[in-house]
Design a protein around this ligand. Structure first.
Ligand code: 13P
Ligand code: SF4
Length: 303
């Protein structure tokens, strides 16, 4: 923290001077999450908060699709991402042409796309969802069959709880697809009584072994509410570090997997973004309206 302190002070000074707000995803490192963010949360919370910010500039500390969502919801504001190479294996797994193919295969089915998609794909979808509202969104759709893209595991996990038939795309998150049921059983053997909580981007066999499954915000809330003596958070590494400070009595068992995209964001490039006004995130005019409709429909169903 000694090493981070000058950056944290400077970022917090410059963001006020530049009328900027810092929105940070729960996978940001602790010095970003605790040190400089104005709002930290899961994908749904960040999308909702993006509709409420007063500042003229949004610094999106997260990956590119999150910055695009903020821009879609705030066309008149400047949205900056500290490193535009921060992508996502889910967002890059599907195009609007793929959505059209799925629509042709399942005529009449509504397309529910995870927010982990490009603006182009959101624009081609009927409604978005996040990991915290996916079941409610799927259930709210008309018809017997719903198309879910692009996360195949999230879709299978939702299908297991849903009354709908769920047709899905086979994308996966490079962080969560790596976890295995054997690994979770090994934690339980090594640490009797350990709480095992998982993100729904994990394979169904992993989710089946978990005591709780939820979005990143849901997982943090579960730990804060239940305060288990020992827990393994089956998700990205920074989650345990970020919540550990607030739950000192809980022992967090690692390992976890790192998202290399999320880890592109650092205090150094946040400060650079503030000073230089780069890298600005833009969304093509043709996608703005239809993508906003898909995100706003999601927020309406959720509220
Ligand atoms: P949530 O924070 O919405 O659970 O999403 C997790 C994730 O992997 C975002 O990239
Ligand atoms: Fe995408 Fe997975 Fe990284 Fe989230 S953790 S940004 S879903 S690759």
């Amino acid at each position: 923290w000694m090493r981070f302190a000058p950056f944290i002070r400077e970022i917090n000074r410059v963001k006020v001077e530049k009328d900027a707000v810092i929105l940070a995803h729960n996978y940001m490192t602790p010095e970003i999450f605790h040190g400089v963010s104005d709002v930290a949360g899961d994908s749904l919370q960040l999308a909702i908060e993006a509709t409420k910010v007063a500042q003229q500039t949004i610094i999106q500390c997260g990956v590119h699709f999150m910055a695009e969502t903020s821009k879609i919801l705030n066309p008149a504001k400047t949205v900056l991402i500290p490193d535009s190479r921060a992508g996502c294996s889910l967002a890059s797994s599907i195009t609007a042409a793929d959505i059209a193919k799925m629509r042709a295969e399942y005529p009449g089915a509504q397309v529910v796309s995870y927010v982990n998609t490009t603006a182009e794909v959101k624009a081609a979808s009927d409604i978005c969802c996040t990991s915290s509202n996916a079941l409610a969104i799927v259930e709210a759709q008309p018809g017997d069959t719903v198309i879910m893209t692009p996360d195949g595991y999230l879709a299978q996990n939702i299908a297991a709880q849903s009354t709908k038939r769920v047709a899905y795309w086979q994308g996966a998150c490079i962080v969560h697809e790596q976890f295995t049921a054997e690994e979770l059983r090994a934690y339980r053997e090594s640490y009797p009584g350990i709480a095992v909580i998982a993100h729904p981007e994990c394979p169904p066999s992993v989710v089946a072994e978990a005591d709780f499954t939820g979005s990143t915000a849901g997982m943090i809330q579960w730990v804060k509410t239940n305060r288990p003596p020992k827990v393994v958070m089956v998700t990205e590494c920074s989650m345990a570090s970020n919540v550990a400070a607030e739950v000192p009595e809980t022992d967090f068992v690692q390992p976890c997997n790192i998202c290399p995209h999320m880890k592109r964001i650092s205090l150094e490039n946040i400060l650079w973004a503030l000073h230089s006004g780069t890298e600005e995130v833009t969304v093509a005019d043709e996608y703005m309206e239809p993508a906003r409709r898909a995100v706003e429909r999601m927020i309406e169903v959720t509220n």
